[in-house]
Design a protein around this ligand. Sequence first.
Ligand code: FMN
Length: 705
Amino acid sequence: MKTVSFPHLFEPIEIGTMVVPNRVAMAPTDISSAHADGSVSDRSIIFHEEVAKGGTGFIIVGATTPDRTTGRPTVTCFAADEDPMIPGLASLAEAMHRHGAKCAIQLQHPGRQSAWPRKDMISASDQVVDLPGSAGHEVIYAEVAKHGKSIREMSVEETYDMIDKFAEAAWRVQQAGFDAVELHGAHGYLIAQFMSPYVNRRNDRFGGSLMNRLRFPLEIISRIKTKCGKDFPVGIRYSGEEWMEGSRELAESVKVAQIMQDAGVAFLDISAGIFDVPGPTMDPMYYSQGWNTYTAEEIKKHVSIPVITSHTLRDPSYCERIIAEGKTDMVGLSRGIIADPYWANKAKAGKPDEIRKCISCLVGCWQESLMIKRECRCAINPAVGDERFIKIEKASEKCSVAVVGGGPAGMEAAHVAFLRGHSVTLFEKSGELGGAILNCCMINGKNKMKWYADWIRRQVKEMGIEVKYHAAPGAEDLKHFDAVILATGGKLVKPEVPGIDLPFVINYEDVLRCTMEKCEYYPAGKPAPVKCGETVLIWGDHFGAADAAERLGTEGKKVVIVTESKEFATWMEPIHKDVMTKRFNGGNGEGLTTKTIAEPVTILTRSTVVEIKASGEVVLQDSEFKKRVLKVDNVVLAKFAQDNELYKALLAQGTAVQQVGDAKAVRNLKAAVAEGSNAALVVAKDLQLNANNAYISEIPSLVNL
Ligand SMILES: Cc1cc2nc3c(=O)[nH]c(=O)nc-3n(C[C@H](O)[C@H](O)[C@H](O)COP(=O)(O)O)c2cc1C
């Protein structure tokens, strides 16, 4: 008989009246792909069906509003506030049931965190807040950070009305054939607003004592039981710790668990955080695997109903261990399953290395989607939101494809072109594949990027794609290929100021190099990082600037960042920026237990370098032309620009060429992966460029370009 890898992970579990086939849950995830009226779309069915096919035992469909009029957590979340939503929800449940999964819907009213409507927001208490990491932050008012947004306390009548709306919505979920319903009492949404001692300032029956603060969810649970029957499993998600001064801590969360169990709740889904401090809610890369497991572990000691833990769970072996050790009954993965919907199948097959592990970058699933009122994407899984990548079709004719540059854009392009059956040659100028991601391996907290580097490098290797190392082909060398994909990356900018060539002026890559004796990423001839003096000025506003500051700050150097922008790192994902800023200021950023940057990092905005002297004095000038001089040991250049030379030459010689990633415009990993894979998907015989210089294989007119 075949032995099952990770036996505890794949053992069935009873949750109330439902039997779940394994211990892998998809933590509630609002992919914001419903229709504008909140009804279920084909795209949302396809997404959840893939998760069920991928072997997830219990899928908790994310944020579904019980009342669109007063609040949607994202603009295109699901709604269960009217009966006409039932047929669509039923199709969604059927799609997951087809593949053996059990499924629940999470009912979520955003209250003060409403993405829509944006006015007259309701909550447990009156408040003025700025919630920088939440999808309900105001993207349209430039002044919001200064003024916050004002929120109105719900009257007792409104609160009872809302209790009924939750119960009605749960009944619709049951009618649609879902196996269970979950209440969202975490992350500072409406139920959490009532439960939290920090947010709830009421002095009526819904505020004050713990029982009063729990009255809102307890009344909802009781009303659901009346409407749906006591056998319909009702779970609740809440944060084990809210991580805010004056908010709920673990001791109270244990009491909440016992009260919920007594109220007939079937399972507890233990999360973390409240959006006023976004780090623990949407853990950035800095947070380590399983950092929140301790909350479920403590709560589980005091209840007998199943407990789910979540937050940065990535490795099946870690998940297996915490179940085996009795720290949790189930593991809940959100981004891990967005990045790889087949996580459970790969684990069960004993192939954990095949899992494309989420790197917690929050760029695709948050910054460039839900935060700006768009549908969910994933930086490393191009199939999220683009179904053409779920099953990549073979091309009708095999082409020869040259991919120049072995960074993420180039590797993705080579991977997809190969899957389409093309003959692919990947040229890499160094001796290693990875490009800019390799610089992240050594940066505190950013080394999760390695996981993606590992995965994509393995695809290229195992598929047997031809890689030419130490190869930088010119236009002439690429003439005979049917298609050329240029993924050569950006280039470092060396501003023309006096002193730029002095020996202590180095570039960010010199600082970020790997320090390990032996390293699989740089097997041969690895240069050591340049050793900097005590005071370092970093000039630029690119990933390289933030990463160099992180690295040098961790080494105890005194770091000054100089940028011409009015704010440093506006491009950075806001939750990472929030945590980075706290760390640069000498703090540790909530969920992180260690303070790694001792000396606060100074950031000088609206400033530039006008001269670097041999003595180490650097002359700076601000936007009002005021000058100041800083004495430093090193200057680190971190200005980056696209690189166009080869592209222009290829266009001029009539080659079918597409530029992708930083070579096209300096951006992030998501852009690299999306553009690399998209370019490869279009490659076909007799490829042409349209009038925008984009690949086109079918010309929608008879005009031959
Ligand atoms: C795109 C996205 C949507 C999310 N939607 C919800 C949601 O609807 N309800 C909820 O409780 N948590 C939601 N979360 C939070 C996750 O369930 C999870 O707690 C968090 O992402 C950390 O776990 P992870 O490391 O497995 O992603 C969402 C997270 C992401 C990235």
